[in-house]
Design a protein around this ligand. Structure first.
Ligand code: GDP
Length: 424
């Protein structure tokens, strides 16, 4: 059976923690999209870790961690990540990397930086990890697939052609140093050396695992609202963040994805530019940012302060629907324990008309939040294990949100640790 763990919002919902927790019962954990541009923060017995490309199951002995074909594979970073966790005492994880995954090249990262520079104030707020240039090249059919590393003659020819094309942009658009084909080839050969022991026909591996009755977890990066088709285009990421894409990005039958656990945060946060209807500012935002997550709401990859807001039921209802949610994991609820009252965005006012359906970007830019305010519970709920033991106002908040989004909240996360979870 396959379960997917995906985000309902703008990312940073706590997917890493939920995946790490569910990985206890799983055999295989697969990353199916995205790259090292976002991070999952995980707190467990070994310490606190920020993972960017490795699946969140790498901390267990019994699991196999898989990097699927849909991932933007930054080879040196993956190896650095493996070294980092091993140096902190985690047993060397079993890792497989798809022979159909494509590699982020050093020039993708440069092009990302050059483009942000060129756009100046109109930039997308990219993390400059090369993700957009990487996926552009993949779909323009000028990317490098891991399998291609094993035919050096063909590779040399391809490198020459790509450098010719890239150098036109470097010379005339960006006015930057040109690429040298020999250096790009060397870069690829260094990746080959690192990758060789891990390369695998992943879809076949997963197919066989399914036949043996193994439990597979698909781990998504970012959330529904960053999906290139269904998110807040163009302020989105460059690969699909939806569970449905898990079938493509891992190479598994779509009908095998039986459970879709959508992680939804008890308040909102976002990084990068784009409309954010329930955003809050000033002291109110600073306080929530400081108290948020585990040690504050700052990007796991960039350290950038996240933009903060109240829970957005319009965006979350849509986010859960687009994922095909079977279960909602409602996270970081403990953080809200300091508030006397908690506003929830229950509708968008667009040109005087209130809607609860999430609109396209042009209309979203005009949306103003409609709030309902709920009473706070004014206490620390960490350590509570049973739903009935939560304060009444806290249960009311959960039930209010559940009704507004229309999907069942079956898990409540009340702390960053593996065991800070309440099943309902
Ligand atoms: P991801 O990218 O979706 O995995 O999310 P991040 O790792 O960027 O952000 C989640 C942050 O919240 C991390 O620092 C987690 O340790 C922390 N976290 C996850 N669940 C909870 C929770 O229920 N309560 C608290 N206080 N922190 C949590």
């Amino acid at each position: 059976m396959i379960k997917a763990v995906v985000g309902a919002n703008w990312g940073d919902e706590g997917k890493g923690k939920i995946t790490d927790m569910l990985a206890k019962e799983a055999d295989i954990i697969v990353r199916f999209q995205g790259g090292a541009n976002a991070g999952h923060t995980i707190v467990n017995d070994y310490g606190k870790f920020a993972l960017h490309t490795l699946p969140s199951g790498v901390f267990y002995n019994h699991t196999t961690s898989v990097i699927g074909n849909g991932v933007a594979l930054n080879v040196p970073l993956v190896f650095k990540e493996i070294q980092d966790i091993v140096s902190k005492g985690v047993p060397t994880p079993k890792i497989l990397i798809s022979d159909r995954a494509q590699m982020v090249m050093s020039y993708h990262i440069l092009f990302d930086q050059y483009e942000e520079e060129r756009l100046g104030g109109k930039s997308f707020g990219s993390t400059k990890s090369g993700i957009a240039p990487f996926y552009s090249d993949k779909f323009a059919k000028i990317g490098f697939q891991v399998s291609e590393l094993f035919d050096e003659e063909a590779l040399k020819e391809k490198v020459a052609g790509i450098c010719e094309k890239k150098n036109v942009m470097l010379e005339y658009l960006y006015h930057k140093p040109l690429l040298k084909p020999e250096e790009i080839f060397e870069e690829l050969m260094s990746y080959k050396k690192m990758l060789e022991p891990y390369v695998c026909d992943v879809s076949l591996f997963l197919w066989n695992a399914l036949k043996e009755g193994k439990e597979i977890l698909l781990e998504g990066q970012l959330g529904s609202l960053k999906d290139p088709d269904h998110g807040i285009y163009p302020m989105v990421t460059s690969s699909s963040t939806l569970a449905g894409y898990g079938a493509v990005g891992a190479g598994v039958p779509p009908y095998e994805i039986k459970k879709i656990i959508t992680v939804c945060k008890a308040y909102s946060s976002a990084v990068g530019a784009g409309a954010f209807v329930s955003e809050i500012f000033g002291d109110e935002a600073d306080e929530l940012r400081r108290r948020g997550g585990d040690g504050g709401e700052f990007g796991a990859t960039t350290g950038r302060p996240r933009r903060m807001g109240w829970f957005d039921a319009v965006a979350s209802k849509y986010g859960c629907r687009m994922q095909g949610t079977t279960d909602v994991a409602f996270t970081v609820l403990d953080v809200l324990g300091y508030l006397d009252e908690i506003p929830v965005c229950v509708g968008y006012d667009i040109d005087g008309k209130v809607t609860t359906d999430f609109p396209t970007t042009t209309l979203l830019e005009k949306a103003k939040p409609v709030y309902e305010t709920l009473p706070g519970w004014k206490c620390d709920i960490r350590g509570i294990k049973k739903y009935e033991d939560l304060p009444e106002n806290c249960r009311k908040y959960i039930e209010f949100v559940e009704e507004k989004i229309g999907f069942p909240i079956t898990m409540i996360s009340n702390g960053p640790g593996r065991d800070d979870i309440i099943y309902r």
